[in-house]
Design a protein around this ligand. Structure first.
Ligand code: PEP
Ligand code: MN
Length: 345
């Protein structure tokens, strides 16, 4: 249930509504809107009787929340969440391009790629220091040494960095270095990790589980918001299907559904969806056309030598071409009255 306050509701009336909610054993969560405050009721088992609250001073209306997820839902927050990272605003109406290698392999590798992706139009640099690998014998990432290299990218190129956290144990370390913390597909329902991310002051990008429904994905995001962190970006990265012509199947239809259901920004990762370099451009164009707020793309200057995901990594020149194409797509859409995300930031 959501209690919407009048535009001119005083703090005292808001506090009184919060107290009335808590008196009944529920949790109250005030949500600042553009013009007014709304107060979400959480932790209710079964339905809540609206008449307890509708007559309180300052209350405009009481709206039932019909979805299982609450804080991530548009019913609770009708306006889009915008995530500010430095001077970049994710979800505002400009496409946010994130790019970089799958894994941080060395300082030279990362610096070379960072220079090229920045020139092409990327505004956030990606690179994994802790890698979730199918085989324990595969390269696991450089760990803290990799995070230190990412910090140098931020220093040298002024690019904020996004990197994956794999477990509770390394969370504080990753959090100290990252501008955006990534939770990968394999950890989408790692509930203790989600809770820890919810206590972070850093934005979190939550990738969709490879076999997760949209409801499950949004409920996972709800764990993060429920702990207090409202800066969550969703990322569609393809789901497992029966096909073998691509690594995963990019679920384009997830984009409009998520945009309808949630106020959180949604990015698309065409690289892990495709698994093959040739599919990355068409999937990127489709994602932008369908309303993605941005893309996260794997780029490597020597993909044939990459320690992970070389086959899906674009050459820098291909990424440059991709940026031009998606920018043209975004411009076409906005010029034709369909502004899903606007031009490249
Ligand atoms: C990655 O971004 O490198 C990654 C491992 O992605 P995912 O969790 O989507 O597989
Ligand atoms: Mn990868």
């Amino acid at each position: 249930m959501l209690i919407v306050m009048n535009k001119n509701a005083t703090q005292a009336t808001i506090d009184a509504v919060v107290a009335a909610i808590e008196k009944r054993g529920y949790i109250a969560r005030p949500i600042e809107g553009g013009e007014r405050v709304s107060i979400g009721i959480l932790h209710n088992k079964g339905s809540v009787d609206a008449s307890h609250f509708s007559a309180l001073p300052g209350v405009k209306e009481v709206i039932p929340v019909t979805r299982p997820y609450k804080l991530v839902s548009r019913e609770v927050q009708p306006f889009n969440t915008i995530i500010q990272v430095g001077d970049i605003r994710i979800g505002q109406g400009t496409l946010t391009m994130m790019a970089g290698p799958c894994a941080v392999e060395s300082e030279t590798q990362v610096m070379t790629i960072a220079e090229q992706v920045k020139k092409a139009g990327a505004v956030i640099f990606r690179g994994g220091a802790f890698k979730p690998r199918t085989s324990p014998y595969s390269f696991q990432g450089l760990g803290e040494a990799g995070l230190k290299i990412l910090a140098k990218v931020r220093e040298n190129f002024g690019l904020p960095v996004i990197t994956e956290v794999m477990d509770d144990e390394s969370f504080s370390l990753v959090e100290a270095y990252a501008d955006i913390i990534q939770i990968g597909t394999r950890n989408m329902q790692n509930f203790s990790l989600l809770r820890r991310a919810g206590r972070s002051a850093k934005p979190v990008m939550l990738k969709r589980g490879m076999a997760a429904t949209i409801d499950e994905w949004l409920m996972a995001a709800e764990y993060i918001l429920e702990e207090g962190n409202t800066q969550v970006i969703l990322c569609e990265r393809g789901v497992r299907t029966f096909v073998n012509h691509s690594r995963n199947t990019l679920d384009i239809s997830a984009i409009p559904v998520v945009r309808r259901e949630s106020h959180l920004p949604i990015l698309v990762d065409p690289s892990h969806a495709a698994g093959i370099r040739d599919q990355v451009l068409p999937l990127s164009l489709a994602a932008v056309a369908a309303g993605a707020h941005g893309l996260i793309v794997e780029v490597h200057h020597k993909p044939e030598d990459a320690m992970s995901d070389g086959a899906q990594s674009l050459y820098p020149s291909q990424f440059q071409y991709l940026c031009r194409k998606v920018e043209a797509m975004a411009r076409f859409l906005s010029e034709n009255g369909e502004p899903p995300a606007g031009g490249v930031q």
